[in-house]
Design a protein around this ligand. Structure first.
Ligand code: GCO
Length: 493
């Protein structure tokens, strides 16, 4: 364990309050397809999520991102709201088909203008823009010729990165190439619960490598296009995996999911190699020799400045073949069940709901997973700073007749996870910031608008924004840089 740092000074006489170090970044996160709407405006053409959400049966209630939270038209109002909440940073994603509709060729300036105006508005309010280049909205034109299963898409992504860096490089200090490539590859091409909805294990593994390559190519482009002070990163939804029992079978199940869920990205990106056990577990599904070309891993492992961590809940696994009662949540990836596994080569692994409180997503509330994850990265990759780029919870929020939304469960979730971050930092982990998922209620992928993750309630029938109680609570934390103890039992801060 590295030396304990002294930042975690306790406040006043209240031992339950925790101060974060000066400069800790307090933000909130969103993604283009989940909030922007304006799906066919100003030159934007369909992404794979437009196609997927318009395919009957793919998204709950037939919901689509056509309008979403209408952020494209309401961004000034939303930035003003962020400012009122005292956010120091805002993590947004750029819609590829909005700025380069076919995924090839020249940019559409009206699309870039939206992001220029958004970042100018943020800066004018003293809010640091944090740009995600890819949060799943691949131009459909590229999917039509293979999408992430073909190598050329990595080159297209490098070209797109140059366009965006050219437009925003002078005003965005933090850049992340990909958001959760695990979802893009394994939910998009494995279980099919995400766009493009394909269920081909070999395609999922090819997509992994081409996403890794796209990340590496983009880092190279960013490095040459951006000021030296710019911070580059990738954002991963690393799974904090725990075996159901200490049996050899369950421990091997945990190893497998760690390989295909975590090290499939961590190792090539941070070590320049694919893990040997992953290659072995999947050798019957894909020809890695043919897939990985000379020099690819050098590109993929280009140095990054920090690692973005998205965390929601731990992952409890067992060897499904050893369970007489069968897996409790077979193949549940937390994003929707499927008859096809998102874990190629480890389809037999069963997923279990950990005991205790759950959120509206049926995700266990357990902040120790975040604590363990932060320490894992600090231990395995010393000197690599991290940011918690997503953490939050969906609850069945109720808008009262008085126009308020009391969400004490979300406050308790946020406080517990922030306390875990603080504890890891006090023990030496270098965490630079925390982004609440999400700023506002939005399109929750295959769940449509049925799950509310926002600190701000969105009445989608009127597009009215209503800060929930947790928004006010989070605003006080961000403003004071201090984590107070839990509010009174009745949820009042
Ligand atoms: C993800 C995405 C977000 C989700 C959020 C809740 O992590 O899946 O980055 O777009 O909406 O995590 O599932």
């Amino acid at each position: 364990m590295t030396a304990v740092r002294s930042e975690s000074t306790r406040l006043s006489d209240n031992p339950a309050s925790l101060r974060f170090p000066p400069g800790f970044v307090w933000g909130a996160a969103t993604a283009a397809y989940q909030i922007e709407g304006a799906a066919a405006e100003d030159g934007r053409t369909p992404s794979i999520w437009d196609t997927f959400s318009h395919t009957p049966g793919r998204v709950l209630n037939g919901d689509t991102g056509d309008i979403a939270a209408d952020h494209y038209h309401r961004f000034r109002e939303d930035v003003a709201l962020m400012s009122e909440l005292g956010l120091g940073a805002y993590r947004f994603s750029v819609s590829w088909p909005r700025v380069q509709p076919t995924g090839r060729g020249p940019a559409v300036q009206r699309g870039l203008d939206f992001y220029r105006q958004l970042t100018d508005e943020l800066l004018a309010h003293g809010i640091t823009p944090v740009a995600t280049l890819y949060h799943w909205d691949l131009p459909q034109d590229l999917e039509d010729v293979g999408g992430w299963t073909v190598r050329d898409t990595a080159e297209r992504f490098a070209e797109y990165t140059a366009i965006v860096a050219g437009a925003l490089g002078d005003r965005v200090p933090y850049w992340t190439t990909l958001n959760e490539p695990w979802c893009s590859a394994f939910l998009g091409y494995g279980s099919g619960v995400h766009a493009p909805g394909r269920t081909e294990p070999e395609s999922a593994l090819k997509a992994v490598h081409h996403l890794n390559l796209a990340h590496g190519r983009a880092i190279g482009v960013l490095r040459s296009a951006l000021p030296a002070t710019a911070q580059t990163s990738i954002t991963l939804n690393l799974h904090q995996i725990r075996p159901l029992t200490q049996s050899a079978a369950d421990q091997d199940a945990a190893r497998r999911i760690d390989a295909v869920g975590n090290r499939v990205f961590l190792d090539p990106i941070l070590k320049g190699v694919y893990p040997a056990d992953l290659l072995e577990d999947t050798a019957h599904l894909v020809d890695w020799q043919a897939l990985v070309k000379d020099g690819d891993l050098d590109q993929i492992s280009r140095p990054i400045d920090l690692l973005g961590l998205n965390y929601y809940t731990p992952t409890l696994v067992s060897d499904g073949r050893a369970n007489s009662d069968g897996p409790a949540m077979h193949r549940n990836d937390g994003h929707g069940a499927s008859d096809h596994s998102p874990w190629p080569g480890s389809e037999h692994v069963a997923f279990h709901l950990p005991p205790g409180e759950t959120t509206a997503m049926r995700w266990a509330v357990d902040a120790t997973g975040l604590y363990d994850l932060i320490h894992r990265i600090a231990r395995e990759h010393p000197g690599l700073p991290t940011m918690v780029t997503e953490n939050g919870a969906a609850y069945d929020d109720y808008l009262s007749p008085e126009g308020t939304v009391n969400d004490p469960q979300r406050i308790a979730y946020l406080r517990g996870h922030l306390a875990a971050v603080h504890r890891a930092m006090a023990e030496g982990a270098d965490v630079r910031g925390y982004f609440l998922w999400s700023l506002m209620d939005n399109f929750e992928w295959s769940y449509g608008y049925s799950k509310r993750f926002g600190a701000v309630y969105v009445d989608f029938s009127t597009q009215r924004r209503i800060p929930k109680q947790s928004a006010h609570w989070y605003a006080s934390v961000a403003r004071d840089n201090v984590l107070p103890d839990l509010p009174a039992e009745d949820g009042r801060p």
